[in-house]
Design a binder for this molecule. Structure first.
Ligand code: SF4
Ligand code: FES
Length: 318
C-alpha cells in the first residue's frame, strides 16, 4: 500500500498504521506519549500523534472529517497525510500539550525524569511559555509501592503504558485504571503487581516522572552520567541493558531504548535493581544517544577541550 506523509511516499504492508509508516520514513514522525510498539493495544489515549488525512485512499479520495490519531489509524492505499506541513495539526498538538500539562506539575528541577522526559520534550517543541489554567492542579497523596519504584501520581498523564506492562508481563490481572476523568488513577492496582520480576519495566515505559527508580533517585542528574551497553547471562530476561555510570560507579541499570524512546527488550528486576557492579556485566560499547538529547550534549562537553586544543594548534596565518 502506498501512503504519502508530508509529501514523502512509501510502500507499506497492509495493517500498518500511519505512525508506523512515518517511522519507516524516519522524518516528520508524530510524537507519541501513550503508544508503545512493544505493548499490545497501546495508543489512542493522549492524542499527541494527531495528523490530518487529506485523501482517504485511491478508491475513496475524500479527506477524513477530523484529525486522527496516527497510532490507531491504518494506512489505506493511496492515502495522503499531513503532519508538520499542516498548521491545523501543529495547532492541535499545541492544544494537546497544554491539555496534558493542565494537571502535570512543572517540577522538572526536582524530577528525576528531567532530561529523558517525553512530556518535557513535547512541551519544549509545542508548549506555551505559561499556563492559562486558573484552577488548582489535581493532587494525590504519596503512595509507597515498594522499595524499588517511586510513584508520583500527580505527574501521571494516564497513558496506560504501566498498566499494560502489568497486564502483559505479569501473570495475574491485578491492574487497571480506577475512576474516570480528573479522578482517574492507577496506583492501587500497580501496588498489587509490583512484586513481579518484570515490574521495573513500568519505570522505563513511563513517559514522565510518575514512576521512577528508587535505587537511582536523586543520585545524579541523568546528563551527568555516561550510558554504556552491557549484557550478562540472565535466566529470566535477555540480560541486555544500559548501565549508567558516574565515574566507576554504576548508578542505574535500564533497558536499552531505541530512537523512539522505547525499550528494545524488557529486563527483569534482578538485572535492573541488584546488579550494580561492573563485574556483573560484559561491557559492549558506549550507548547510542540522540544528539538532540541533553544527555548527548553533556557527553560532548568532554570532547570540547580536544577541539579547542586543535584550533589552538592551527598556524596563525590560517
Ligand atoms: S504512571 Fe506513567 S506509565 Fe503509568 S499511566 Fe501514568 S504516565 Fe503512564
Ligand atoms: S500516541 Fe497516539 S494517541 Fe497517544
Amino acid at each position: 500500500m502506498k501512503v504519502t506523509i508530508d509529501d514523502i511516499s512509501i510502500d507499506v504492508p497492509p495493517g500498518t498504521t500511519i505512525l508506523e509508516a512515518a517511522r519507516m520514513i524516519g522524518e516528520n514522525v508524530p510524537p507519541t506519549m501513550c503508544y508503545y510498539s512493544k505493548l499490545e493495544g497501546s495508543g489512542g489515549k493522549c492524542r499527541s500523534c494527531l495528523v490530518k488525512v487529506t485523501k482517504g485512499s485511491e478508491k475513496d479520495p475524500r479527506p477524513m472529517p477530523k484529525l486522527v490519531a496516527s497510532c490507531r489509524t491504518n494506512v489505506m492505499d493511496g492515502m495522503e497525510v499531513k503532519n508538520t506541513t499542516s498548521p491545523e495539526v501543529l495547532q492541535a498538538r499545541k492544544s494537546v500539550t497544554e491539555f496534558l500539562l493542565i494537571n502535570h506539575p512543572i517540577d522538572c528541577p526536582v524530577c528525576d525524569q528531567a532530561g529523558e522526559c517525553d512530556l518535557q520534550d513535547l512541551s519544549y517543541e509545542h508548549g506555551l511559555s505559561k499556563s492559562r489554567y486558573d484552577f488548582k492542579k489535581r493532587i494525590f497523596d504519596l503512595i509507597d509501592i515498594g522499595e524499588n519504584i517511586q510513584m508520583h501520581m500527580t505527574r501521571c498523564i494516564m497513558c496506560y503504558r504501566c498498566v499494560m506492562v502489568a497486564d502483559q508481563l505479569t501473570p495475574e490481572r491485578v491492574h487497571g485504571v480506577l475512576n474516570r476523568g480528573e479522578a482517574s488513577e492507577i496506583s492501587t492496582y500497580i501496588q498489587k503487581a509490583i512484586d513481579n520480576e518484570f515490574s521495573g519495566n513500568m519505570i522505563d515505559v513511563c513517559p514522565v516522572g510518575a514512576l521512577t527508580d528508587k535505587t537511582f533517585r536523586f543520585k545524579s542528574r541523568v546528563w551527568f552520567t555516561k550510558p554504556v551497553y552491557a549484557h550478562r547471562d540472565c535466566k529470566t530476561c535477555s540480560g541486555k541493558v544500559t548501565l549508567w555510570y558516574q565515574g566507576a560507579e554504576v548508578l542505574r541499570v535500564t533497558g536499552r531504548k531505541n530512537k523512539w524512546h522505547e525499550v528494545e527488550e524488557f529486563i527483569c528486576n534482578d538485572c535492573r535493581f541488584h546488579k550494580k557492579n561492573t563485574e556483573d556485566w560484559v561491557i559492549e560499547s558506549a550507548a547510542t544517544i540522540s544528539r538532540h538529547s541533553v544527555i548527548s550534549q553533556n557527553l560532548n562537553v568532554y570532547e570540547k577541550p580536544v577541539i579547542h586544543k586543535k584550533l589552538q594548534e592551527k598556524p596563525k596565518s590560517e
